[in-house]
Write a new protein. Structure first.
Ligand SMILES: C[S@@+](CC[C@H](N)C(=O)[O-])C[C@H]1O[C@@H](n2cnc3c(N)ncnc32)[C@H](O)[C@@H]1O
Length: 304
């Protein structure tokens, strides 16, 4: 099985047929989780039909390396300007206290279960205030596990803005903020072009977000731009992305080291070694690194 987050890279050269295929799958299977397997099977068949061998797979990565851009083509994510009237009306149920309660429940299970070790220091670092009106920006809200850990720890004087390119994911931050009665909002925007002025935030953070994003150097540049001088960048990452992304590479007979090399070329996150170099190039200085079994928490400071 493959995940359609690869489409932007593999079909960058000519996206239209891939887009039409996705539209067709949406018409046939969209909206019903019972059809998830059929959706994936047909999507996978499309990969095998249009990218028949390893050489073609690698050629597409090389094309992306040279011509790819930090720009959203399409995918399963719904941006603001794609919303229909019905979806907009439906989205109001995503900002309710009830939806907040749902996401808090799921996130609390994580905070007290698999994420117990790292979420406490993550939230502590993010909420450690250096100014009277501590302003936090979280990159990638997703389903809100990181958001919940932060927002529940915030004092009433703190402000949180969570950014996600997916409108509904961004709204999860509104719902969690409403649940706790804190100053938290979700903003639907791309991390490649943040809708904030320079030097606005005390902390920029992310919880397993970079592992799913394209164009890491551009995202880092934006993170540094919106941070105050001396502001901090706090993030949780997997040690190595191979376990999450191995399936498509194995399908094309490419092992771990070959896959990591291709991903670096395509400016995707691979591991701490690579991220640390990119962070240094963007103007961040490492101040802490805490390893856990499968992931790590890292903290940087923006040079003054
Ligand atoms: C794995 S989830 C993040 C997990 C989340 N932080 C949590 O703790 O539950 C990744 C999110 O990144 C978002 N994303 C991917 N690329 C993005 C981009 N360029 N700009 C903004 N959000 C993006 C996706 O929409 C998705 O919601």
């Amino acid at each position: 099985m493959v995940n359609n987050e690869w489409d932007d890279i593999l079909y960058w050269e000519n996206y239209k047929p891939c887009y039409e295929m996705l539209q067709e799958l949406e018409r046939k299977y969209g909206g019903d989780p019972a059809n998830y397997d059929s959706w994936h099977r047909e999507h996978y068949a499309y990969y095998k039909q249009t990218i028949p061998n390893k050489e073609e797979f690698i050629r597409r990565f090389e094309y992306y390396e040279l011509h790819g851009k930090p720009h959203w083509i399409e995918g399963h994510h719904r941006t603001m300007n794609e919303l229909t009237r019905e979806e907009l009306l439906d989205s109001f149920r995503h900002v309710t206290k009830e939806n907040g309660a749902f996401h808090v429940e799921v996130s609390e299970k994580a905070r007290q279960g698999w994420a117990a070790q790292h979420l406490a220091p993550y939230a502590e670092k993010v909420c450690s205030a250096t100014s009277e009106e501590h302003k936090i920006m979280e990159m990638t809200v997703g389903c809100g596990v990181g958001t919940n850990a932060i927002v529940r720890s915030m004092t009433d004087k703190m402000f949180y803005a969570g950014v996600d390119i997916d409108f509904i994911c961004a709204k999860n931050a509104d719902a969690i903020g409403r649940y706790y009665g804190k100053n938290a909002i979700g903003i639907c925007a791309s991390l490649w072009n943040l809708p904030f002025s320079d030097h606005l935030f005390d902390v920029v953070c992310s919880h397993f977000g970079f592992d799913e994003c394209r164009e890491i150097p551009t995202i880092l540049k934006e993170a540094v731009r919106v941070l105050k001088p001396g502001g901090r960048f706090v993030s949780v990452f997997r040690h190595n992305i191979w376990l999450r992304r191995h399936e498509i590479f194995e399908d094309y007979d490419i092992g771990e080291s070959g896959a990591l090399e291709l991903m670096r070329k395509a400016r995707l996150y691979t591991d701490f070694e690579q991220f640390d170099v990119l962070a240094g190039e963007a103007g961040l200085v490492k101040i802490d690194y805490i390893p856990f079994e499968n992931w790590y928490l890292v903290e940087y400071r923006k040079e003054k």
